[in-house]
Design a protein around this ligand. Structure first.
Ligand code: ADP
Length: 497
């Protein structure tokens, strides 16, 4: 902070000319502008005109005396610093003057240094006063800035078209904006301050908010999200982030809710469209495939091998298309939530044995060893649609066979982990890097490299698997490295019908 130092205006009132001039000489060298008056009355006039900050006034003067001058000056400006000049004989009066509000006094006769010290002290006081005033102004300005900043942020949060709720580390709601209140039907009178579940009914969402409030997702790669449907058929996407303090301690969570109803409806229309088109294509394709098969089987033995090859390739392509369409239909039905929804108590180990038996010949044709081991003799029953279990593990084991070179090995293992059945499908095949592992559950994603180039696929298998596992509230994890194989672990919750 820099203070601009203007010369200080000082008024000297004394009936003795020598003293006035003497004072002027001494004070002028102190970056001061000096005014002089020979009587109290003249002094007051000069004071009114030039407003000096310091006044040196003799006590005993003809006309009004120093005490009266002091009184009148302080009436005009309470802040003025008056220094009384007095003779030894009137020291008591000087003390009286101090009581009346004089700033200081100097006894006559005085040395130049004495005057300098007294005036210097008064100037220092003025300087401190100026600094204090500047600081006070600055503080007020900061407060005003803060006030406007606060109300600006408040106005922005209030008018956001997205819902916002903020919780503290204990999961107590500390702030809600109008959009959030509207979505969750919370009246404007309802104050913040209670646990989040008293405002939001969805338990899964509340559990996530508590986790974020406690900083459990701080290191996650992705912002945690949660989709929920409100009774008013509105779909919301909740995204949340921990609020961290200066020492990185978690202070709570901020959750943002976006209305994704239009997107959802659009997605549903798209799924319906895909399902319809796929359905319409499947029957004619199946007919073409059958007819190609019968033409090939009825071909004379000496038929042109080129023609036969052409027809065989056409038949293979239609087979690929039929399986692609089957996958698309599967996916559309899983997304619409109306497939694989005949849950019953199933023995996962038995279904797996069946799949492994069925796929063994395919593994053997590649010289691969496909085996299954059950760690626990009797696994608890899992409530699921058996067709979904078949689809999940059929896809995973088929992938392991496809993406493992000849003579490789594929191991299926079942075990119990906590209150979940865990099934792993491991192979010593091509494997994949971290980046690819993040993408494989996306629709139509396929790893394209020298090794996989000739392997037929649609890129839909794993998204079907993920959709089914999610629908069962299970979990699927992948652990893999290029050329070191892959391990897919599926966790299925054990629950009652
Ligand atoms: P598709 O097999 O039809 O291409 P998926 O969705 O089943 O589609 O798999 C997506 C991609 O993931 C595959 O293209 C493949 O590159 C990779 N992948 C899947 N399983 C394995 C595995 N066990 N080992 C190596 N790569 C795999």
């Amino acid at each position: 902070m820099q203070y601009h130092e203007d010369p200080t205006n000082i008024l000297v009132i004394d009936d003795e000319k020598d003293l006035r001039d003497g004072c002027e000489r001494i004070i002028k060298r102190m970056n001061c502008k000096v005014f002089k008056a020979s009587t109290g009355e003249e002094g007051i006039d000069i004071f009114i005109e030039h407003r000096p900050s310091i006044v040196l006034s003799d006590l005993k003067m003809p006309g009004i005396d120093g005490i009266e001058v002091l009184r009148r000056l302080r009436d005009i400006d309470e802040q003025v610093l008056v220094i009384i000049i007095t003779g030894f004989a009137t020291i008591d009066t000087a003390i009286e003057a101090m009581k009346q509000g004089a700033y200081d006094f100097v006894a006559k006769p005085f040395e130049p240094d004495q005057l300098r010290i007294v005036v210097g002290r008064a100037m220092e006081k003025l300087k401190l006063r100026r600094q204090a005033r500047a600081l006070e102004l600055e503080r007020l300005r900061n407060l005003a800035d803060l006030g406007t900043e606060k109300s600006r942020i408040h106005a922005i949060i209030e008018s956001l078209p997205n819902g916002i709720v903020v919780t503290n580390a204990k999961g107590l709601v500390v702030l809600m904006n109008p959009d959030f209140r509207k979505r969750f039907e919370i009246s404007p009178e309802r104050a913040a301050g209670d646990r989040v579940e008293t405002y939001i009914q969805d338990q899964g969402l509340c559990a996530l908010i508590h986790e974020i409030s406690q900083g459990k997702h701080v290191d996650d790669d992705k912002v945690p999200t949660y989709e929920l449907t409100l009774p008013s058929e509105i779909y919301l996407l909740a995204r949340g982030q921990s609020v961290l303090g200066e020492d990185n301690e978690c202070l709570g969570a901020v959750m943002i809710f976006t209305n994704i109803t239009d997107l959802k409806n659009f997605d549903q229309l798209k799924s319906e469209f895909v399902a319809k088109v796929s359905h319409e294509l499947r029957s004619p394709l199946a007919t073409i495939h059958e007819q190609l098969a019968s033409v090939i089987s009825e071909m004379p033995v000496d038929a042109d091998p080129e023609n036969r090859g052409l027809l065989l390739r056409a038949k293979e392509k239609t087979k690929g298309l039929i399986s692609f369409i089957g996958n698309l239909l599967d996916l559309a039905r899983i997304e619409a939530g109306n497939d694989y929804n005949n849950p019953k108590e199933v023995r996962v180990a038995e279904i797996l044995d069946g799949i492994v038996d069925f796929l063994k010949s395919r593994a053997v044709s590649k010289g691969q060893a496909l085996s299954i081991v059950h760690d626990v003799r009797e696994l608890p029953l899992v409530v699921a649609d058996p067709l979904a279990i078949e689809s999940i593990f059929g896809n995973l084991i088929t992938n392991s066979i496809k993406y493992t070179p000849k003579k490789g090995r594929i191991d299926v293992n079942t075990t119990l982990e906590g209150d979940r059945v865990k099934v792993t499908v491991s192979d010593n095949g091509f494997g994949m890097d971290q980046q690819q592992q993040k993408m494989i559950f996306e629709k139509f994603y396929r790893i394209k490299n020298e090794k996989t180039r000739h392997i037929v696929g649609t890129g839909l298998g794993l998204s079907i698997v993920k959709g089914l596992v999610d629908a069962m509230e299970g979990e699927i994890l992948v652990d893999s490295a290029p050329d070191c194989g892959s391990r897919f672990s599926v966790y299925l919750p054990i629950k009652k019908v």
